[in-house]
Write a protein that binds this ligand. Structure first.
Ligand code: SF4
Length: 314
């Protein structure tokens, strides 16, 4: 069904659950193995001490916060956002996830994590949850290029992502992959290659599954495209003072539209820009104008006569 130019997750959830369904950004009290030394130290260079969850809190606080913006919403996705939300003993994960699911109005669960934090016991729990509720797992890949991964101190190679996608696909668990647009050193062509890699049905994963098992569907349920924001008190801000990922807001809007044209329409879009509190933002200065960016993308897609995936012949 292509009644919209972009298959955004908001309308998707509204259709699926029969009413406005909003995500509650939760801080489950987890930490990150890329900070405590078990995978790396210092964290990814763009990540604040909040583990990319500056706006996250608990369920009642989030419902109160969002009730002004979405007064009609009474269905929620409990979104464990801050840090690495599978980085704890399974007994702890089980307690936190089921506690959230028991909250009135919660109809689904989203779990943001690293692909190197999905041991078999965690996957078993996620499979169990997947059979009981609407679940997706978010993987912070950011780029397919190992050079970039080293620069941003991601501390795992692409093969780890591939393996996690394979295991989640085998269990039928939805995946939402994060990519960052405007990482230092990356060109538009690099960003296109990352997008094509994570969204293309017949990529390296089909080889890992064995001959004759080519995927017919994209390996991911959703995609988050983050505008590279330079946030105060991050290593990125120290390493690249004054870094501007794009020449202008118009350039960014044009890039996102170009990318949307090569993303299969069946993939839900969960983010098209950044979301950092203005008080923490260094550059790009225009990033806080989120509504302007999103409207600009919508207008540009309409002006082009484009629909998500149109360059794929869809
Ligand atoms: S972006 Fe994620 S993996 Fe990287 S340091 Fe922050 S919380 Fe850890």
């Amino acid at each position: 069904m292509k009644n919209q130019r972009i298959n955004m997750i908001g309308p998707y959830l509204q259709r699926k659950f029969g009413g406005k369904t909003v995500k509650l950004a939760l801080d489950g009290g987890f930490t990150c193995p890329n900070r405590d030394g078990s995978k790396g130290t210092g964290g990814c260079i763009f990540c604040s001490g909040e583990g990319s969850g500056e706006l996250a809190s608990d369920i009642p606080s989030q419902i109160a916060l969002l009730s002004d913006k979405w007064p009609s919403a009474d269905k929620y996705i409990a979104y464990f956002q801050s840090h690495t939300n599978t980085y704890a003993p399974v007994s702890v994960l089980r307690e936190k996830f089921y506690h959230a699911l028991a909250y009135p109005g919660v109809v689904g669960l989203a779990v943001a994590t690293r692909p190197d934090c999905l041991d078999d016991d965690v996957l078993d729990l996620l499979s169990e949850l997947n059979s009981r509720t609407f679940l997706w797992v978010e993987l912070g890949l950011q780029s397919i290029f190992d050079e970039t991964a080293q620069l941003i101190n991601r501390c795992y190679p692409l093969s780890v992502y591939d393996n996690a996608v394979l295991k989640l696909n085998q269990r039928g668990i939805r995946i939402v992959t994060h990519l960052i647009l405007g990482l230092p050193g990356e060109t538009k062509y690099d960003m296109e290659r990352s997008v094509r890699y994570v969204t293309t049905p017949n990529n390296i994963l089909s080889d890992m599954r064995g001959k004759g098992s080519l995927l017919s569907e994209p390996p991911v349920f959703g995609l988050k495209l983050h505008l590279m924001n330079v946030v105060k008190d991050t290593r990125l801000a120290e390493m690249f003072p004054g870094y501007e990922p794009f020449g202008s807001i118009e350039e960014y809007i044009g890039l996102v539209c170009d990318l949307l044209e090569i993303i299969p329409y069946s993939i839900t879009m969960h983010r098209l820009t950044g979301d950092v509190p203005r008080s923490l933002l260094l550059t790009p200065e225009w990033s806080y104008r989120k509504r302007t960016i999103l409207n600009g993308i919508a207008h540009e897609m309409a002006a082009r006569g484009s629909v998500q995936g149109c360059a794929l012949g869809q």
